[in-house]
Design a protein around this ligand. Structure first.
Ligand code: EPU
Length: 424
């Protein structure tokens, strides 16, 4: 038996949805917290399986964790031990690679298996490893297991060939305890990186230049405990904005930082969606749901450009556009598996890597589909809400990795969505 999500589509949505703390920030904040010598409390932690997996990894290292309430996680690394990280959980999770930087920074050594995560085409970690080496570490790999160690880490200037989110954060984690100054040039500028640097600075680190492409890290000896509130999840917010654009009569997406969503809201305006953008909310209302949208062209880019993670659910909305839309991937060129699933629902999406070409408008109809990765899952939820009839989504563990309380949030807006066990 397999648990699936079923959605009966076509119901207009109304009401308010509150966005949770950012998944991609949380999965780095949790490993970052172990750099402290004292407990760290993080507020706004989303209820997702990636967080549960990270907590398991913390516990395997002897870190004490406690939920103070449903969103507040207390992390006490006082008695942690630098054990090899080779459990199955490491391999299931992309973000386990943040333990490389954190343990290397704290102990000068880490033994860890290759991280897993969504398959989006090749996802190398060469830039992370080059960064550690530039700081003075040696990296060896036996089978699936990396050993990264350094007698001491010394600050240096590191230029990233690609402004990688993961490499920027991982090098920052390793460098907070390095001797002297580390400068990361061509650093990624995603809001999640600012959030991690903010936590580290509250712990006593000395990081400057957050949000720019030059990050400066002056090494310190000790990091102390602190309290930190996570930024709202801009990808979850974008997903609900797309749901609103597709299906809402009047819907308010709350607890957002509209500045983080500018690339998305400007595209929504371009294709004909009206929105009211407040200080910490975006309201989508007054749209004629039966009217076709305008087609568009999208190219995914690092922040502040159009996020690759939003490309997949945005494709679904473009099936409502009258004409040909093109979505070009510049980050993960194979991130188009959702197109094949959408075609099963009646969409016309042609994939010519690195481009998806969507011809609309095509009404969608419910059928059996499979979430091949997290944001493909999000795309299928948007499609299910739009489609006529019942959509049955398989492999929903991908969705549960990154969307906090998805079913309840959608039910609250009037969607007909539920879980069921079916024969597989
Ligand atoms: N890259 C390399 N070498 C490296 C690192 C990256 O070639 O050492 C390449 C990647 O293959 C990719 C590009 O650089 O083509 C950018 O990758 P990046 O390192 O920025 O991605 P990431 O850190 O692995 C994070 C998010 C992803 C999001 C990307 C891009 C987390 C845990 N993951 O991945 O989120 O798509 O940044 O913004 O933060 C998701 O949320 O569904 C998701 C996949």
């Amino acid at each position: 038996m397999e648990e699936v999500i079923k959605i009966e589509g076509g119901h207009p949505l109304n009401g308010t949805v509150r966005i949770s703390g950012s998944k991609n920030a949380t999965v780095a904040l949790i490993p970052a917290a172990i750099l402290a010598e004292e407990p760290v409390t993080i507020y706004g932690v989303p209820e997702i399986s990636d967080v549960r997996a990270l907590i398991r990894l913390l516990n395997e290292l002897g870190v004490v964790t406690e939920w103070k309430d449903s969103e507040t996680l207390y992390i006490d690394p006082t008695n942690m031990k630098n054990e090899p990280m080779t459990s199955d959980t490491v391999k299931k999770l992309r973000a386990s690679y943040y333990f490389m930087g954190a343990l290397l920074g704290k102990y000068g050594k880490v033994v860890i298996d290759m991280p897993g995560g969504c398959y989006l085409g090749k996802r190398p970690i060469d830039l992370h490893l080059k960064g550690f080496e530039a700081l003075g570490a040696t990296v060896s790999c036996s089978g699936e297991t990396y050993t990264i160690e350094a007698r001491e880490l010394t600050g240096t200037r590191i230029f990233l060939d690609i402004s990688s989110v993961g490499a920027t954060i991982n090098i920052m984690l390793a460098a907070v305890h390095a001797n002297g100054r580390t400068i990361i040039d061509n650093a990624a500028r995603e809001p999640e990186i600012i959030d991690i640097a903010t936590l580290l600075n509250k712990m006593g680190a000395r990081i400057h230049g957050m949000g720019t492409s030059t990050l400066v890290i002056d090494g310190v000896d000790n990091l102390h405990g602190c309290f930190h509130e996570i930024i709202p999840d801009r990808i979850e917010a974008a997903t609900y904005l797309l749901i609103a654009a597709a299906m809402a009569e009047d819907m308010r997406v709350e607890n957002v930082i509209p500045q983080h969503l500018e690339a998305i809201t400007s595209k929504l305006k371009e294709i004909g969606i009206t929105m009211e953008i407040g200080d910490d909310f975006i309201r989508v209302h007054g749209n004629d749901l039966s009217k076709p949208l305008r087609p568009t062209e999208i190219t995914t880019k690092p922040y502040p450009g159009f996020a690759t993670d939003v490309q997949q659910p945005f494709t679904v909305l473009l099936t409502k556009a009258d004409g040909v839309s093109r979505v070009r991937e510049s980050i993960y060129e194979e991130r188009f598996k959702h197109c094949f699933e959408l075609n099963k629902m009646g969409a016309s999406c042609k994939v010519e890597i690195p481009e998806g070409i969507i011809t609309g408008p095509t009404p969608l109809r419910g059928t059996r589909v499979t979430a091949t990765d997290l944001r493909c899952g999000a795309a299928l939820v948007v499609a299910g809400l739009m489609a006529e009839g019942v959509t049955e989504i398989h492999d929903i563990y991908h969705i549960d990795r990154g969307y906090d309380n998805l079913d309840h949030k959608l039910q609250h807006l009037g969607a007909k969505i539920w879980r069921e066990y079916v024969e597989n």
